[in-house]
Structure formats: C-alpha cells, structure tokens
Design a protein. Structure first.
Length: 145
C-alpha cells in the first residue's frame, strides 16, 4: 500500500494596509506621520554605540565575573574599551548599573576623573545608587561637578 503525505495547508500572509493622512486642504500630508522619525547620523551613531557598549559589557562581565582582583577587573581589555568610549558611555553605564549594580561603576569614576564622596565607605551597590541618583537629578555628569 502506498504511503501518501498530506501537504500542509497554505499559509495566509495578511496584506499590509496603507493609510494616508489627509490635511484639511485635501493635500496628502506626511509630516504628522514622519515628525517623530529621524534617521540621521545621530540615530545611527546612537544605535552603534549602544550595540558596541553592550557587546563590550557582556564580554567584560563574562571575563571577570569570578574575579576578585580589582586590578584584573579594570585591566580587562573590554573594560578599557568601555572607558575609551568616554562621555558617550556614561548614559549607557548609568542605565546598566541602575538595572544591575556592578563594578562597572568604576568606569564612571575613571571617565569623569572623580569619585562619589561620602563620609563612609560605599559598597558597589551604594555607589551605583548614588551615581544613578546624581545622573537623574542633573541629567549630566558635567553638571554634577
């Protein structure tokens, strides 16, 4: 007896509906649709920097997750590359340490050439919270100091 395989049912791909925006004058107006869309060099640089930062961060974290030596943590090539990103890395670092406090906060100290002052020793988590708070209050490290 022959063996027959039933073909799968056809896949239906929904069609895309186009919407047109008409202005009161009756002329096609695309400005309301495009006003929030900016595909320029700043956008591409932002996407590139974010991708570069997170790749470096993941590699650094993987290399140093079981490391206890401060020297070895900050001497990792990926940590150095994050620091080399300079001021452009600051918002990305702040975003990351807000979600996941870590020794990445030391990169802020190096980039800004300063530390968070305190009357007592701070844990890494405390330092992360202080940096995030200052960043949110001032929205720029330049205004902190």
């Amino acid at each position: 007896m022959p063996f027959f395989i039933q073909p799968p049912p056809p896949v239906e791909i929904p069609s895309t509906n186009l919407e047109y925006v008409q202005s009161e004058s009756g002329i096609l107006d695309v400005a309301p649709v495009l006003k929030n869309l900016r595909l320029d060099d700043d956008f591409f640089e932002s996407v590139y920097l974010k991708d570069k930062f997170f790749n470096l961060y993941q590699a650094w974290e993987s290399n140093t997750q079981f490391q206890s030596s401060i020297f070895k943590i900050i001497e990792d090539v990926n940590f150095k590359r994050i620091v080399e990103m300079g001021d452009k890395a600051i918002p990305l670092i702040i975003e990351e340490i807000e979600k996941n406090p870590s020794t990445l906060v030391w990169a802020l100290n190096i980039i800004t050439n300063t530390t968070i002052s305190s009357s007592r020793r701070l844990t890494v988590a405390d330092a992360c919270r202080r940096w995030v708070t200052l960043w949110k209050e001032r929205n720029s490290v330049k205004h902190i100091f």
